[in-house]
Design a protein around this ligand. Structure first.
Ligand code: WTA
Length: 650
């Protein structure tokens, strides 16, 4: 079985890699274990251009509110731009390709000017100061990166909202973050046609959004939009007169850099907070170690800046290390499913980073498309966002990588800021569907709730038992939820430790295999969603008495959204089709099209324990069409299981 074979790193790649062998890897791990603070302190000194050196590596006194590089001063935009001007001023920082094939290259010098001008605009025109929140609702255009770095330059905290979120979802985030400014675009292009963003912002910004003073609009597709006078401003016009130098704000290591809202198992989305020094250090180090990008390489990550992968591995990581990063506005299948492969050939991409859902989609299209293009520039392939199945892995390895490119299956989360468990391309023998081992300095363990390590092939909790520099610093405005969500499940030596929410096993060779979420979070096409959020939306339909959402395995998307709905007593089932349609309309309105249900089933009741807790395990099994083998005697009404099965399976 090819699935159980280990693939060694290519000798040529290992020879020049930053980490060249498993021995080197183990030595680094040992170094970190022997002197944890020394390990991190040395890297922080080496990698970060400090305005003032830090006094202390790690302060654990307020655990789990850990502080890193205490007393240090820096500015993340300087780390990403200014320090490269001496040696890389004319190097491409961002290579942009639009959906329609338009191209734009920003050198480090040009990007530096754009960021400085934008920083001046934010500061002088909109009065944005250190600590103010700026919500960014932009398509995948270079201005998104410019805006992020401009915020960083003046010490403002950006919070990007993915363009696929609805007006309601955007409003919730604007209010939670108390944003002073919203940056958006008229719209952009998808599948060759213009689509609009500004109208969504107009709908989002109701009277409840009292914090918002202005809306800044980047013109991208130049379609007609409505202006609210005194609130709306055009970026393209205002930016012209701005001075090209803006003094970078002196930021503390622990000053917030950004918020990024993500889904949890309960309640509304949480604003994950990342701070300056620890985040940028790990973004840069993982870029260097995991993708092994060299000075003249071209690196491409296909994520959207609205997700953490876009933050760390399109913008901050690549720019901090001085790499050339490709940014693409569009989808992989427009105008044809060879688009990505053509771009790899055209830009001679060396490292390519994408998600399993896209790999599966393009795998399904077949081998003809990639075979048309010269993909020989590729050296390292990456995957992220959800477990990758061996089939998709092997296709990626053989057909895209030509059997010569290591795949880095990078396991991490919004909360971890950067990679946690992943192969190193020049060192780790890889196998399909395993994220392999924790990076040096990351103490990640599969254990039970009391900290006992799990033996091989037994599923346990994927935990991180020591703090690390790029870890989440808090949930915006909700310290209790932060403690409870991440440090409320597992302990080691009696001390609360970080639990990821994922299950995992050590396989026969001791390799880590991530098995997926153990909580009520589902992963649809790599988009992370809380079942509770979708349930809250669906529950707003007037005919819905109650409902339960589970993920159902899907060949392309990883998981699909499956909703069990109990209608109110006297409701007429003849209307079911309408109700189904309307439920999805509500979901699209309240969350966005990414959360739409793939299947909705009407059932007479939900399987509940006597204490009223819905047993989603049973619902997941029924959705999959599995036999129910687990004990259902603890259910309030065990006969409900057979009734639900009849409704689902017919
Ligand atoms: C899942 C995305 C298996 C996991 C960077 C995690 C993965 C969640 C992998 C975080 C991987 C991410 N293998 N599962 N390589 N990478 N996940 O916050 O369930 O959008 O908890 O961050 O994606 O999703 P998030």
């Amino acid at each position: 079985m090819e699935e159980n074979v280990l693939f060694d790193p290519p000798a040529e790649l290992s020879k020049n890699a930053r980490i060249k062998s498993m021995d080197e890897y183990r030595a680094l791990c040992k170094k970190a274990e022997d002197n944890y603070e020394g390990f991190w302190g040395d890297y922080a000194k080496e990698k970060i251009t400090w305005k003032k050196p830090f006094d202390k590596v790690l302060d654990e006194s307020k655990a789990p509110f850990y502080q890193w590089f205490v007393g240090g001063k820096l500015n993340v935009s300087e780390q990403c731009l200014d320090r490269h001007l001496e040696t890389r001023k004319n190097k491409a920082a961002i290579i942009f390709e639009g959906e329609l094939g338009d191209q734009k290259v920003l050198t480090y010098r040009e990007l530096y000017y754009e960021v400085n001008k934008t920083a001046n605009l934010l500061k002088n025109k909109f009065g944005i100061k250190k600590g103010d929140r700026v919500v960014i609702y932009l398509p995948m255009i270079p201005e998104a990166a410019v805006m992020m770095l401009a915020c960083a330059r003046i010490g403002a905290i950006h919070s990007i909202v993915f363009g696929g979120f609805s007006a309601d979802a955007l409003r919730d985030r604007v209010i939670d973050a108390q944003a002073k400014l919203v940056v958006t675009a008229d719209g952009a292009y998808r599948r060759g046609k213009p689509y609009m963003l500004k109208p969504v912002v107009d709908e989002a910004l109701t009277d409840e959004c009292t914090s918002v003073e202005a809306v800044l609009i980047v013109q991208r597709n130049f379609e007609e939009i409505e202006y609210v006078s005194g609130r709306d401003y055009i970026y393209n016009e205002l930016i012209k007169d701005q001075p090209v130098k803006c003094e970078a704000e002196v930021m503390d290591s622990e000053d917030p850099l950004f918020l990024l809202y993500t889904s949890g198992s309960t309640g509304k989305p949480k604003g994950v907070q990342h701070n300056s020094a620890g985040y940028i250090l790990w973004a840069q180090m993982t870029m260097e170690w995991v993708f092994d990008v060299k000075e003249n390489d071209t690196y491409w990550c296909t994520a959207d800046v609205g997700w953490i992968t876009g933050h760390t591995y399109i913008v901050y990581g690549p720019l901090a290390m001085g790499a050339t990063t490709v940014m693409f506005e569009g989808v992989p299948v427009y105008p044809d499913p060879g688009r990505w492969w053509r771009m790899i050939e055209e830009y001679q991409v060396n490292q390519f980073y994408t998600a399993p859902t896209a790999i599966r989609l393009l795998h399904k299209v077949g081998n003809d498309e990639p075979a048309k293009y010269d993909l020989s520039s590729l050296k390292v392939l990456g995957t992220v966002g959800e477990p990758i199945n061996p089939d998709a892995w092997l296709w990626y390895y053989n057909e895209i990588g030509g059997g010569k490119c290591p795949i880095v299956d990078t396991y991490w989360q919004t909360e971890t800021g950067g990679h946690m468990i992943t192969p190193l391309p020049g060192a780790t023998p890889i196998k399909p569907a395993s994220a392999t081992f924790p990076l040096p300095g990351i103490i990640a363990e599969i254990m039970d709730e009391d900290g006992n390590p799990k033996p091989k092939n037994e599923k346990g909790l994927m935990c991180v038992t020591k703090p690390w520099p790029s870890m989440i610093r808090g949930i915006w405005g909700d310290p209790e939820r932060f403690k409870e969500s991440y440090f409320g499940t597992a302990k080691k030596n009696g001390q609360p430790v970080y639990f990821t929410g994922d299950g995992a096993i050590y396989d026969d060779d001791g390799y880590i295999v991530i098995t997926g979420r153990t909580d009520d979070v589902i992963n649809v096409s790599g988009h992370r969603m809380g079942t509770a959020e979708i349930e809250a939306a669906a529950g707003n339909h007037p005919h819905v008495a109650e409902c339960a959402v589970v993920g159902k395995p899907d060949a392309i998307k990883g998981e699909g959204v499956f909703i069990y709905v109990v209608l109110k007593g006297e409701d007429n089932l003849a209307e079911e089709v309408d109700v189904m349609k309307e439920i999805n309309q509500i979901i699209v309105k309240e969350i966005g099209p990414i959360a739409k249900a793939d299947e909705i089933k009407f059932v007479p009741g939900l399987p509940k324990t006597r204490s009223g807790k819905i047993m989603r395990r049973i619902l997941r099994a029924i959705a999959k069409g599995e036999e129910i083998t687990q004990d259902i005697s603890t259910l309030e009404d065990p006969s409900i299981v057979a009734k639900i099965q009849t409704c689902v399976l017919g």
